[in-house]
Design a binder for this molecule. Structure first.
Ligand code: M6R
Length: 365
């Protein structure tokens, strides 16, 4: 059932191109996103003045990317919340203006389900992005967009995350187009770029050996930092979660500009840093941050786009992702982060698919 792979996690990493194609292509009709949801007409979509994205763990990290891309393209303010925080903080919801998007792979996460119920009770439209058909969240939400990743068995979420990202992109493109912020041609171009991503992921998957090599260099670390800016900050959080979840190496993720506000004091020769720098407009700033940590002895793994101009000695290690529309880079960056975590876990002899103390579906609060 592992299809020849040693672990479900690796199988699921390699299933990502297909999972994204299955999720995205049925939703692009005549060059524009179409979710086929009767309750969410273009008029209704256009009327939302604020969006909340509520989820836990990796699904929440997908929501963070969702916030960036929806705000950038559709210019609607988005708040992202951890379900277990949202439900106890008396969120100020407005049934006339707000949309609540709930993201969950399993559709059964207790806090996420409770957050959905709270939003519904307050009369706000709830849209669930769910992988498991017929799950509680899918049944109770006002509208559903299914991610078609297929069953995800490994506790560490991989393909469910990248398909959640692809739905966030589709949604952002849809919102921007109904609001008239992008024309038909721009809409079709973005849809084409999204549809072409699976082929780019195939390219990234060919970097497995490099990811394994870097993992072998970092496998004995006690702590690892992940840093990034903008979209890459959200990916730092996800890369850090993936690594600590399955390898038991402590790691933390920081917005790179925050280092000098406290955490740079932790940088020593024993603190390797994974620096994600895929966004050209933030690259110079990232270079400064990388130099700051290297001066203090950190060994750096840089994840950047192919062809990025950089000094030869900027970092000890590099993993490149294809040079592609940067707006979509999270979907490409996620893959080497998953592989880095995977190989680190394997090299440390951990139980990759079933890390200690964790369950696939968190149905208790
Ligand atoms: O099933 P859900 O998407 O609601 O699960 C949410 C989290 O429990 C889940 O993403 C968790 O963080 C993963 N194990 C991370 O790899």
């Amino acid at each position: 059932e592992k299809g020849g792979y040693p672990h479900f996690m690796l199988k699921e990493i390699y299933e990502q191109p297909t999972a994204i194609t299955n999720t995205v292509s049925p939703r692009i009709i005549n060059g524009a996103p179409d979710f086929g949801i009767k309750a969410l007409t273009d008029e209704i979509l256009k009327s939302f003045k604020r969006i909340w994205i509520v989820a836990c763990g990796t699904a929440m990290h997908a929501g963070m990317v969702g916030k960036s891309v929806i705000e950038q393209l559709a210019r609607v303010p988005v708040e992202v919340d951890i379900a277990s925080e949202f439900r106890y903080r008396k969120p100020i919801l407005n049934p006339d203006d707000d949309l609540v998007i709930i993201i969950s792979q399993s559709g059964e996460t207790a806090d996420t389900l409770a957050a959905l119920r709270l939003a519904k009770e307050q009369g706000v439209h709830t849209l669930a992005v769910v992988n498991v058909v017929g799950s509680s969240i899918a049944r109770e939400a006002n509208s559903v967009i299914y991610t078609w990743a297929g069953p995800e068995i490994a506790v560490a979420s991989t393909k469910a995350y990248t398909v959640q990202l692809s739905v966030m992109y589709l949604f952002a493109i849809k919102m921007a187009s109904v609001k008239g912020l992008i024309d038909e041609k721009e809409t079709a171009k973005l849809c084409d770029d999204l549809l072409a991503l699976p082929a780019k992921i195939e390219e990234v998957l060919q970097n497995a050996d490099n990811c394994k090599f870097v993992a072998s260099k970092f496998q004995n670390a006690h702590d690892i930092f992940f840093i990034g800016r903008g979209l890459d900050y959200s990916l730092s959080l996800e890369g850090s979660l993936k690594l600590k979840e399955i390898s038991y190496i402590h790691s933390d993720a920081y917005a790179a500009g925050e280092l000098k506000h406290g955490t740079i004091s932790l940088i020593t020769t024993d603190m390797p840093v994974v620096a994600i720098a895929t966004q050209s407009h933030l690259f110079e700033k990232m270079i400064s941050n990388i130099k700051e940590v290297r001066t203090r002895g950190a060994k750096v793994l840089l994840i950047c786009k192919k062809g990025t101009e950089r000094q030869a000695d900027l970092s000890e290690y590099v993993i490149e992702i294809p040079d592609y529309n940067e707006y979509f880079s999270p979907i490409l960056t996620a893959v080497p982060l998953q592989m880095f975590a995977y190989y680190t876990s394997v090299l440390r002899g951990c139980d990759v698919d079933k890390p200690r103390n964790l369950a696939k579906s968190v149905t208790v609060e």
